[in-house]
Design a protein around this ligand. Structure first.
Ligand code: DX5
Ligand code: ZN
Length: 226
């Protein structure tokens, strides 16, 4: 079995209690923390910036002191200035939408030069073609299974075919690249997403919409292992 990772999205957390929500979801077993950055320009919604990331960073650790990676999903245009700011704010992984960057290769290299892992994000209607020329440089592929901008949307089934294609490309590359999926992931569909080839799962409303975060994360792991 792959080493599956569950990445709760703080987008669906209670923003009035963001630090406590972070700690609660880590106590519940989060592998990564997914941090959705929206700019009301690339997507029609506005969330949080690097100052919030920096404030949360010291709390992104488990009881034994090990750090929980912060997985920043940039839904912003332009990309480079905010990518640099998030690297300085403690991001571990930074992913962006290739449509939002004028120079995708340059943006990837700039993220890696800051010591972060770099990812590319594919919207539901975006083909994987850009991977032809980037797969040797990136650490993560993020397949959107909803249109970016809002939590709580339904999973778009055509994403499954795209996940299969991305998995083939990763395996053919022979490189260590995470295949993450974002949008509409629930206890009852996570297994299908894994079977298509994903190894990393973002979940916002499925986790923060329930009172017991650990119960949801455990149930997701159970579905993956069944
Ligand atoms: C959408 C965000 C997702 C979102 C997922 O633009 O990128 O990370 O929070 O939320 P759910 O799991 O509720 O679809
Ligand atoms: Zn996201």
């Amino acid at each position: 079995l792959p080493t599956y990772r569950i990445a709760p999205s703080l987008l669906s957390a209670d923003f009035a209690r963001l630090g406590d929500e972070l700690k609660a979801v880590i106590a519940g077993g989060a592998d990564w923390i997914h941090f959705d950055v929206m700019d009301n320009h690339y997507v029609p919604n506005l969330t949080f910036g690097p100052m919030i990331c920096q404030a949360l960073k010291p709390h992104a650790k488990r009881a034994d002191g090990t750090a929980v990676p912060i997985d920043v999903h940039l839904m912003v245009q332009p990309v480079d200035s905010l990518a640099a700011a998030f690297a300085d704010a403690g991001a571990d992984l930074i992913s962006f939408h290739p449509e939002a960057s004028s120079h995708v290769h340059r943006s990837v290299q700039a993220i890696k030069a800051k010591g972060c892992k770099a990812g590319l994000v594919f919207n539901p209607a975006t083909p994987l073609d850009v991977l032809d020329w980037t797969i040797d440089d990136i650490d993560l592929i993020l397949i959107m299974s909803v249109n970016p901008g809002f939590g709580g949307q339904s999973f778009i089934d055509s994403a499954l075919r795209k996940i299969e294609q991305a998995r083939k490309r990763i395996d053919a590359s022979g490189r260590d690249i995470r295949l993450e999926v974002d949008g509409g992931i629930k206890i009852d569909n996570i297994r299908r997403v894994a079977d298509a080839g994903a190894d990393t799962f973002v979940a916002g409303s499925a986790i923060f919409g329930k009172p017991d975060y650990k119960a949801v994360i455990d149930a997701m792991r159970g579905a993956l292992q069944a």
